[in-house]
Design a binder for this molecule. Structure first.
Ligand code: PA5
Length: 462
């Protein structure tokens, strides 16, 4: 199991002005938390609650279909190209970056056990899209288009460009090189996929994009590059079981949710920094930023009152950002909770050679880079405590599919519990939809004519 250490937020360590009396707070909120957890678990199977992500660890059918397809296409493709944005890309990117060998796309096929390279196109920069088209041989590329709505302009425009290119290079066979992951019946992509005869996978009902990493949205790309999805599923199931515990003293998701909520509402710390001390976990922060921001940043609460709330998530990377952001974290405004993710055992060990013994860097010789990384995490945490800055430390024994699934699922449950504490709808994203609709209007989508003239007049003054 992963571990959560919250000593760094306690008043004993950072003082009562900035810290919390954890035991008192846990006792005070014990019943509230218990009823939130019970309620989430009771509501999860009801349609329209957007809680189906809590059942993804038990979706054996999807796991079976994903594995079947992955083994069918094994050895057929040199590249996987994922088209998607936001929740349709960030989980896949975070997990593949963490679990595949570093620099995967630069390894030889033998080093990759003949599994394909993987690329995520999650933006619409024309230079990058043209760049990837220069790099990839489309005949040897399987394109996985992922969009729940089936109409997101960014993803669908990428698809249109690539489909067109593929068709002219491969003729009618291009269809075999496309697999779509989308809603089971609605949306333009579903319609096109059925017409064109693509293989398809489903983004289940009541699973929002940012909670979809353990549906086919993530599982398919993982399986295609040889990641053991059974290990991932086991991690979610075990964490789900642990987080069904309604006792806050034994539920790490509830603990971190409550700590963040209290830090924001009582101590003015409305920024949540995610700082893994592992380059392989770098994109976990991007995924967390979306999860936390889109879920908790809301204008109205569940009583219809205008509240404009939500803690701001920030991504950082240890040790790199010690030389960029830590000055601000130590000495700037005391308005952040810093979440460290610490890896106890890296996959490899790298010794620093005992050279330059009699120089100012001689002390490094004979140590390992592993020691240095964890010493930096410890020293930064202690320095932050000296400045009365709150920190949380989440530890993974090692980076593997099981631990990673536990970590991400824990963050999902933490987010759901935090949303209940804030009394907001965690699962909608009206602010995202508004920008999407304005884009449709500006690009001339039919049905959006009225918005188009409205936005054009606003553009002249905005
Ligand atoms: O979490 C969300 O709901 C969003 O970030 C979506 O994932 C993102 O907007 C992409 O939407 P879609 O999957 O419909 O293309």
């Amino acid at each position: 199991m992963i571990k959560l250490d919250y000593r760094g937020v306690s008043a004993d360590v950072i003082g009562s002005e900035h810290g919390l009396n954890i035991n008192d707070e846990f006792n005070k909120y014990k019943d509230t938390i218990a009823s939130i957890i019970t309620d989430l678990n009771q509501r999860k199977d009801k349609p329209g609650q957007w809680l189906q992500w809590m059942n993804l660890g038990y979706n054996e059918e999807t796991v079976w279909y994903v594995k079947e397809y992955a083994s069918m296409v094994e050895n057929r493709f040199e590249n996987i190209l994922v088209l998607g944005i936001g929740g349709s890309a960030l989980g896949g990117l975070a997990v593949t970056e963490a679990l595949l060998k570093p620099y995967w796309n630069f390894l030889t096929p033998e080093q990759r056990n003949n599994f394909p390279r993987i690329f995520f196109l999650d933006n619409i920069d024309p230079d990058t899209i043209n760049g990837i088209l220069d790099v990839l041989d489309l005949k040897k590329t399987l394109v996985n288009i992922i969009t729940k709505s089936g109409s997101t302009a960014e993803t669908m425009s990428q698809y249109m460009i690539i489909k067109d290119r593929m068709e002219s290079e491969l003729g009618d066979y291009y269809r075999r090189n496309i697999v779509a992951t989308t809603d089971k019946e609605t949306g333009v992509l579903r319609q096109l996929a059925d017409q064109e005869g693509y293989k398809t996978f489903v983004v289940p009902d009541d699973v929002g994009g940012r909670f979809s990493v353990f549906s086919a949205v993530g599982l398919l790309p993982f399986a295609l590059v040889g990641i053991d999805i059974d290990e991932i599923i086991q991690g979610i199931k075990d964490m789900d079981l642990a987080l069904k515990n309604t006792d806050i003293f034994n539920n790490i998701a509830a603990q971190n949710a409550l700590i963040h909520y209290l830090m924001d509402t009582q101590k003015g710390k409305d920024i949540s920094v995610m700082m893994p001390y592992s380059s392989r976990l770098k994109y976990i922060s991007d995924w967390y930023v979306q999860l936390w921001a889109e879920s908790l940043g809301k204008a109205y609460n569940n009583n219809g009152e205008c509240v404009h709330i939500g803690p701001t998530p920030v991504k950082a990377l240890g040790a790199t950002d010690q030389h960029s952001q830590i000055q601000l974290y130590n000495e700037g405004p005391n308005n952040k909770v810093i979440n460290f993710i610490r890896v106890e055992n890296f996959d490899t060990t790298l010794e620093i050679p005992n050279i330059f013994e009699y120089t100012g860097i001689g002390y490094l010789g004979g140590k390992t880079i592993n020691d240095l990384m964890n010493a930096e995490a410890d020293s930064t945490r202690v320095a932050l405590a000296d400045y009365s800055r709150p920190t949380i430390t989440i530890s993974l024994s090692e980076i593997n599919g099981y631990n990673l699934a536990q970590l991400l699922y824990m963050f999902e449950v933490q987010t759901a519990i935090a949303g209940e504490l804030y009394n907001i709808n965690t699962f909608n994203q009206p602010g995202v939809e508004q920008a999407k609709n304005y884009t449709y209007a500006l690009m001339g989508r039919s049905g959006y004519e009225e918005s188009a003239s409205e936005i054009k007049s606003k553009m002249s003054i905005a």
